[in-house]
Ligand binder design. Structure first.
Ligand SMILES: [Zn+2]
Length: 135
């Protein structure tokens, strides 16, 4: 097989190219986001990369007022669990949501990509980011 390794590093490499990718099990169809090297359902290693639509719905969220170092100056913002249309749930930031009234569970969102992540001295790895906006 010539698929890139099913690692979080490669997940973020795709993010840097503006693609949200998951790993799909060729045996049972299980979709993993971020990818894992082994299917948690059937333990198969026969996986393939698939590009996701980046669209989904808000499952739960919270408003962050005290950010991590990487996001200093961007507060307040929301961090949500997004259920992707393809099924998996992933955490994501919604930079434009500053108060609970601006977002509802069940709202439709889509992914955007930050192509110029801030360099923070001393932090590693400096992974590119994806985030979500309301549709
Ligand atoms: Zn499987």
């Amino acid at each position: 097989m010539d698929e890139p390794e099913f690692s979080v590093e490669n997940f973020y490499k795709f993010v840097s190219e503006g693609k949200l990718m998951g790993a799909r099990c060729r045996r049972c169809g299980k979709l993993m986001v971020p990818p894992r090297p082994v299917c948690p359902e059937c333990y198969s290693r026969d996986l393939e990369w698939v590009q996701l639509s980046g669209r989904g719905t808000v499952e739960t969220f919270t408003i962050i007022h005290v950010p991590t170092v990487l996001l200093e100056g961007k507060e307040p913002y929301a961090v949500a669990v997004i259920r992707l249309d393809e099924g998996p749930k992933i955490p994501g930031m919604l930079p434009d949501v500053a108060s609970p009234g601006q977002l509802k569970i069940g709202d439709r969102v889509r992914v955007e990509f930050d192509r110029s992540p801030q360099k923070v001295p001393g932090s590693w790895p400096n992974w590119p980011r994806y985030y979500f906006v309301k549709e």
